[in-house]
Design a protein around this ligand. Structure first.
Ligand code: SF4
Ligand code: MG
Length: 336
């Protein structure tokens, strides 16, 4: 059958005073239920813009969105705001980095969890309160029956993050989009929240899109990985394929800058030199070519003149040959 979530040739362009910003420029991927897709890339790579598009959260006055986003057979691009509102919080939910952007300081935590539940399921106030307590318990808030009446400022940072997750998941969404959900938390709380997300996925069979720049977290969470650069996917594969045998020079740079994954390597590792590409005046050819150390390996200056496409399935958008991709990766990553 059709994939649960299917994104085809997504383009998100913003008109600005300086010109057209191509924040996402031709992105395609699928996601099945029960699986987690990790999206990695620097800021400005289009990760967050992609996910706000899925949720229908861009202002159509400023964003020109084309392509297809199909969720469980329903087309989301151009869907009516009413339809999107019904889907948000119910069928799809977002977990943000900062719980304070999602939680209002003026209402109790319990009320904020109960409200979307009443709205989407038609439950009574009493039922929704019971559900809020159940959710607080599920996300590991101690004494949920009393804490349900607390205001967000009475919670610690980690507890607020859990409360936000409880709010996002109260209607058992089938698609969860988590954008840097644990970045602001200390390592212990981060690990607890990641475990919690995994448990909830087991229980509800949700599909998860997990955005982070932390490859350690991706290694822990993702079934599949998509690496984004300059508004496009440059590499796609299973977690093991992308983490242990990456094929794109940009992925090599990302991996090399992640000490946790390469701790068996004795040499000093450094982040990728250079800056992310301009989305106003993107480089010609391969968008990574101004930062890539392998352009001389590709004949006829093709890196600067011809944009490499990402083929479907396990793939990397790069002009290097399959042999070169393997050889250069080994030379890059393995100790000399
Ligand atoms: Fe580097 Fe050329 Fe491959 Fe782009 S196409 S990643 S510039 S080798
Ligand atoms: Mg972001």
């Amino acid at each position: 059958g059709d994939p649960f979530l299917s994104v085809r040739d997504l383009r998100v362009h913003f008109s600005t005073e300086d010109g057209l910003v191509k924040a996402v420029d031709g992105l395609s991927f699928d996601l099945e239920k029960g699986r987690t897709l990790g999206i990695v890339g620097e800021s400005g790579s289009g990760k967050s813009v992609t996910n706000l598009s899925i949720l229908g959260l861009h202002n159509p006055e400023f964003a020109n969105i084309t392509g297809q986003i199909t969720l469980d057979g329903q087309e989301l691009i151009g869907a009516r705001e009413k339809t999107l509102e019904r889907l948000r919080g119910n069928k799809m939910a977002m977990i943000f980095q900062d719980p304070l952007t999602a939680l209002s300081p003026f209402y109790t935590v319990g009320r904020q969890i109960a409200e979307p539940y009443m709205k989407h399921t038609g439950a009574s106030k009493k039922e929704a309160r019971a559900r809020a307590i159940e959710m607080l318990d599920k996300v590991g808030i101690p004494q949920p029956k009393t804490r349900v009446d607390d205001y967000p400022h009475q919670f610690s940072g980690g507890m607020r993050q859990r409360a936000m997750i409880a709010m996002a998941l109260v209607c058992n969404p089938e698609l969860i989009i988590a954008d840097e959900p644990t970045t602001a938390l200390d390592v212990t709380v981060q690990a607890q929240i990641l475990d919690l997300l995994k448990d909830l996925q087991q229980e509800f069979g949700s599909a998860i899109i997990f955005i982070t720049h932390d490859l350690g977290v991706i290694a822990d969470m993702a079934d599949d990985i998509m690496v984004m650069y300059g508004g496009r996917a440059v590499e796609r594969g299973t977690r093991n394929e992308v983490l242990h045998a990456p094929r794109h020079p940009y992925s090599w740079g990302l991996l090399s800058s992640m000490p946790r994954l390469t701790s068996d390597v004795n040499e000093k590792l450094s982040p990728i030199p250079g800056t992310p590409p301009s989305l106003l005046n993107p480089p010609t050819g391969c968008p990574f070519h101004p930062r890539c150390g392998f352009t001389d390996e590709v004949p006829d200056g093709r890196c600067a003149s011809e944009r490499p496409e990402l083929e479907p399935g396990r793939a990397a958008a790069c002009h290097l040959t399959a042999d070169q991709k393997q050889t250069f990766f080994i030379e890059q990553i393995k100790p000399r």
